[in-house]
Design a protein around this ligand. Structure first.
Ligand code: MG
Length: 201
Protein backbone atom coordinates (compact mmCIF):
# COMPACT_ATOMS: atom_id res chain seq x y z
CA UNK A 1 0.00 0.00 0.00
CA UNK A 2 1.29 3.44 -0.87
CA UNK A 3 0.12 6.99 -0.27
CA UNK A 4 0.24 9.33 -3.22
CA UNK A 5 -0.10 13.04 -2.57
CA UNK A 6 -0.80 15.91 -4.92
CA UNK A 7 0.71 19.28 -4.09
CA UNK A 8 -0.38 22.73 -5.34
CA UNK A 9 -3.85 21.73 -6.56
CA UNK A 10 -5.83 24.75 -5.32
CA UNK A 11 -4.89 28.18 -6.69
CA UNK A 12 -5.38 30.12 -3.43
CA UNK A 13 -3.13 27.68 -1.55
CA UNK A 14 -0.43 27.80 -4.26
CA UNK A 15 -0.40 31.57 -3.86
CA UNK A 16 -0.36 31.56 -0.03
CA UNK A 17 2.86 29.51 -0.13
CA UNK A 18 4.22 31.73 -2.93
CA UNK A 19 4.60 28.85 -5.38
CA UNK A 20 3.89 28.82 -9.12
CA UNK A 21 0.64 27.44 -10.54
CA UNK A 22 1.67 24.02 -11.92
CA UNK A 23 0.96 22.99 -15.51
CA UNK A 24 0.81 19.31 -14.52
CA UNK A 25 0.10 17.67 -11.13
CA UNK A 26 2.86 17.87 -8.51
CA UNK A 27 3.28 14.39 -6.99
CA UNK A 28 5.03 13.08 -3.91
CA UNK A 29 4.71 9.88 -1.90
CA UNK A 30 4.39 8.94 1.74
CA UNK A 31 5.23 5.45 2.98
CA UNK A 32 2.70 3.27 4.76
CA UNK A 33 4.43 4.10 8.06
CA UNK A 34 3.35 7.74 7.66
CA UNK A 35 -0.29 6.80 8.26
CA UNK A 36 -1.82 7.05 11.73
CA UNK A 37 -5.24 5.68 12.47
CA UNK A 38 -7.48 8.46 13.74
CA UNK A 39 -8.12 6.59 16.99
CA UNK A 40 -4.45 7.27 17.91
CA UNK A 41 -2.98 10.69 18.61
CA UNK A 42 -0.55 12.36 16.23
CA UNK A 43 2.85 12.95 17.84
CA UNK A 44 4.42 16.37 17.35
CA UNK A 45 7.87 15.48 15.95
CA UNK A 46 10.97 16.74 17.74
CA UNK A 47 12.63 17.85 14.48
CA UNK A 48 10.21 20.67 13.69
CA UNK A 49 8.94 23.85 15.31
CA UNK A 50 6.25 24.40 12.70
CA UNK A 51 4.04 21.35 12.21
CA UNK A 52 1.16 22.37 9.94
CA UNK A 53 -2.16 20.81 8.89
CA UNK A 54 -3.29 20.48 5.27
CA UNK A 55 -6.84 19.12 4.98
CA UNK A 56 -7.42 17.17 1.78
CA UNK A 57 -9.97 14.97 0.09
CA UNK A 58 -8.55 11.42 -0.02
CA UNK A 59 -9.52 8.76 -2.58
CA UNK A 60 -9.22 5.03 -1.95
CA UNK A 61 -8.04 3.00 -4.94
CA UNK A 62 -10.17 -0.15 -5.45
CA UNK A 63 -8.60 -1.75 -8.53
CA UNK A 64 -5.09 -2.28 -9.84
CA UNK A 65 -4.23 -0.16 -12.88
CA UNK A 66 -1.48 1.31 -15.01
CA UNK A 67 -1.78 3.97 -17.74
CA UNK A 68 -5.45 4.53 -16.87
CA UNK A 69 -7.32 6.72 -19.34
CA UNK A 70 -8.97 9.74 -17.74
CA UNK A 71 -12.39 8.61 -18.98
CA UNK A 72 -11.99 5.30 -17.14
CA UNK A 73 -10.37 6.68 -13.97
CA UNK A 74 -13.61 6.78 -11.97
CA UNK A 75 -13.68 2.94 -12.00
CA UNK A 76 -10.42 2.83 -10.03
CA UNK A 77 -11.57 4.50 -6.78
CA UNK A 78 -14.61 3.57 -4.77
CA UNK A 79 -14.65 5.58 -1.52
CA UNK A 80 -13.40 8.88 -0.22
CA UNK A 81 -12.80 10.73 3.01
CA UNK A 82 -11.06 13.76 4.43
CA UNK A 83 -7.46 13.42 5.60
CA UNK A 84 -4.64 15.60 6.85
CA UNK A 85 -1.27 15.86 5.15
CA UNK A 86 0.92 16.98 8.08
CA UNK A 87 3.93 19.01 7.04
CA UNK A 88 7.02 20.16 8.93
CA UNK A 89 6.84 23.53 7.20
CA UNK A 90 10.15 24.90 8.50
CA UNK A 91 11.99 21.81 7.29
CA UNK A 92 10.13 21.82 3.97
CA UNK A 93 11.05 25.47 3.35
CA UNK A 94 14.70 24.68 4.06
CA UNK A 95 14.70 21.64 1.75
CA UNK A 96 12.92 23.57 -1.02
CA UNK A 97 15.52 26.35 -0.83
CA UNK A 98 18.28 23.77 -1.20
CA UNK A 99 16.49 22.12 -4.13
CA UNK A 100 16.23 18.87 -2.17
CA UNK A 101 13.34 16.35 -1.99
CA UNK A 102 10.59 17.02 0.59
CA UNK A 103 10.31 13.58 2.15
CA UNK A 104 11.81 14.44 5.53
CA UNK A 105 9.23 17.23 5.88
CA UNK A 106 6.24 15.34 4.48
CA UNK A 107 6.67 11.57 4.76
CA UNK A 108 7.81 11.05 8.35
CA UNK A 109 6.06 8.66 10.74
CA UNK A 110 2.66 10.04 11.63
CA UNK A 111 2.57 12.58 8.81
CA UNK A 112 -0.90 11.68 7.66
CA UNK A 113 -4.24 10.66 9.05
CA UNK A 114 -7.46 9.76 7.25
CA UNK A 115 -11.07 9.75 8.37
CA UNK A 116 -13.73 7.10 7.82
CA UNK A 117 -14.18 6.21 4.15
CA UNK A 118 -17.66 6.76 2.71
CA UNK A 119 -19.44 6.36 -0.62
CA UNK A 120 -18.81 9.06 -3.20
CA UNK A 121 -21.83 11.01 -4.43
CA UNK A 122 -22.61 11.04 -8.18
CA UNK A 123 -21.64 14.68 -8.45
CA UNK A 124 -18.13 14.95 -7.01
CA UNK A 125 -17.45 18.33 -8.49
CA UNK A 126 -19.13 20.66 -6.03
CA UNK A 127 -18.54 19.09 -2.65
CA UNK A 128 -17.50 21.18 0.38
CA UNK A 129 -14.99 20.10 3.01
CA UNK A 130 -13.76 21.80 6.16
CA UNK A 131 -11.17 21.48 8.88
CA UNK A 132 -11.80 22.68 12.43
CA UNK A 133 -9.01 23.33 14.94
CA UNK A 134 -10.33 23.35 18.51
CA UNK A 135 -13.82 23.98 17.12
CA UNK A 136 -12.76 26.96 15.01
CA UNK A 137 -13.08 26.53 11.24
CA UNK A 138 -9.60 26.99 9.76
CA UNK A 139 -9.93 25.56 6.25
CA UNK A 140 -12.83 25.43 3.89
CA UNK A 141 -12.61 24.03 0.37
CA UNK A 142 -14.79 23.02 -2.54
CA UNK A 143 -13.81 20.24 -4.92
CA UNK A 144 -14.65 22.40 -7.96
CA UNK A 145 -11.70 24.64 -7.07
CA UNK A 146 -9.17 21.90 -7.82
CA UNK A 147 -6.77 22.71 -10.64
CA UNK A 148 -6.60 19.01 -11.63
CA UNK A 149 -9.74 16.89 -11.27
CA UNK A 150 -9.88 13.55 -9.42
CA UNK A 151 -9.95 11.65 -12.72
CA UNK A 152 -7.08 13.67 -14.17
CA UNK A 153 -5.00 12.97 -11.04
CA UNK A 154 -5.65 9.21 -11.09
CA UNK A 155 -4.87 9.01 -14.81
CA UNK A 156 -1.71 11.11 -14.50
CA UNK A 157 -0.37 9.30 -11.43
CA UNK A 158 -0.91 5.89 -13.08
CA UNK A 159 1.51 6.76 -15.89
CA UNK A 160 4.31 6.74 -13.34
CA UNK A 161 3.13 4.43 -10.54
CA UNK A 162 1.02 1.31 -10.88
CA UNK A 163 -2.03 1.91 -8.71
CA UNK A 164 -2.94 -0.95 -6.44
CA UNK A 165 -6.03 -1.76 -4.43
CA UNK A 166 -5.84 0.02 -1.08
CA UNK A 167 -3.55 2.84 -2.22
CA UNK A 168 -4.62 6.28 -1.02
CA UNK A 169 -4.53 9.50 -3.03
CA UNK A 170 -4.41 12.84 -1.20
CA UNK A 171 -5.70 15.38 -3.71
CA UNK A 172 -4.31 18.68 -2.42
CA UNK A 173 -5.25 21.28 0.16
CA UNK A 174 -7.12 24.56 -0.18
CA UNK A 175 -5.89 27.81 1.38
CA UNK A 176 -5.75 28.36 5.13
CA UNK A 177 -2.96 25.94 6.10
CA UNK A 178 -1.51 26.71 9.50
CA UNK A 179 0.33 25.45 12.58
CA UNK A 180 -0.88 22.95 15.15
CA UNK A 181 0.14 22.69 18.80
CA UNK A 182 0.14 19.82 21.29
CA UNK A 183 -3.37 19.16 22.66
CA UNK A 184 -5.05 20.60 19.57
CA UNK A 185 -8.10 18.71 18.38
CA UNK A 186 -8.63 18.61 14.61
CA UNK A 187 -11.98 17.68 13.08
CA UNK A 188 -12.56 17.14 9.37
CA UNK A 189 -15.88 17.26 7.54
CA UNK A 190 -16.62 16.19 3.99
CA UNK A 191 -19.95 17.02 2.38
CA UNK A 192 -21.28 17.98 5.82
CA UNK A 193 -20.35 14.70 7.53
CA UNK A 194 -17.82 14.60 10.36
CA UNK A 195 -15.45 11.81 9.28
CA UNK A 196 -12.20 12.68 11.05
CA UNK A 197 -11.22 13.60 14.59
CA UNK A 198 -7.63 13.54 15.81
CA UNK A 199 -5.62 14.95 18.71
CA UNK A 200 -2.03 16.20 18.64
CA UNK A 201 0.23 15.29 21.54
MG1 MG B 1 -0.76 18.57 0.89
Amino acid sequence: MKIICIGRNYVAHVLELKNEIPSSPVIFLKPKTALVHQSYPVHYPEFTDDLQYEAEVVLRICKNGKNIAERHARNYYDKWTIGIDFTARDLQTKLKKQGLPWEMAKAFDGSCVVGDFVDIPKDMKNVPFELYQNEEKVQSGKTHNMIFSFDKIVSFVSKYFTLQMGDLVFTGTPEGVGPVLPYDELVGKLNGAELLKVTII
